[in-house]
Design a protein around this ligand. Structure first.
Ligand SMILES: [Zn+2]
Length: 162
């Protein structure tokens, strides 16, 4: 994966060596995510990939994203959980909604996950769940029945395959 016009790949190119089909799909989605999040050519959003080992990774059909603007996906998720705890304890429904809306706007980890979920066409091998996993999979889907084992394995990154 190479940098786009509104996103910048911070990791070495060898961390995300992928097939042209996956590269094209990712590029389209990362641009859309970045622009919707307010990034631009002058102020791109930074993404960090790490190489994966198993399954689709072996044939260049998967990519793992570990950090956005220098903050790990596990940190974005921690931040998200804290905001949702604050929202749950808010004194009024209005306050609760405002806290949640603010976090949905500012949390780039959640935003990236939702963009990949909403706009992406990911592999779903016969008998297997759709190939989008990350810290938000159990609460946001698309495969809410994700096992504890698989959820733990994706607590610090987002995995996509095509
Ligand atoms: Zn992976």
């Amino acid at each position: 994966m190479r940098s786009g016009s509104a996103f910048r790949v911070d990791s070495p190119p060898a961390n995300a060596l992928v097939e042209p089909e996956l590269a094209g799909e990712l590029r389209r989605l990362l641009e859309r995510f970045a622009i919707e999040a307010g990034a631009s050519q002058a102020r791109p959003v930074g993404l960090f990939f790490k190489p994966g080992i198993f399954g689709h990774h072996q044939v260049g059909r998967a990519a793992d994203i570990y950090a956005i603007n220098g903050l790990g996906l596990d940190q974005w998720k921690l931040r998200w959980d804290e905001a949702m705890r604050r929202a749950a304890m808010a004194a009024t429904p209005l306050e609760r909604r405002l806290i949640a809306e603010k976090e949905e706007k500012e949390n780039l980890g959640w935003r990236l996950y939702k963009a990949l979920q909403r706009y992406g066409q990911w592999a779903q091998p016969y008998g297997y769940p759709v190939q989008l996993f990350g810290p938000w999979t159990r609460t946001e889907g698309p495969w809410k029945q994700i096992s504890d084992f698989l959820l733990r394995a994706h607590r610090d990154h987002i995995h996509v395959a095509k």
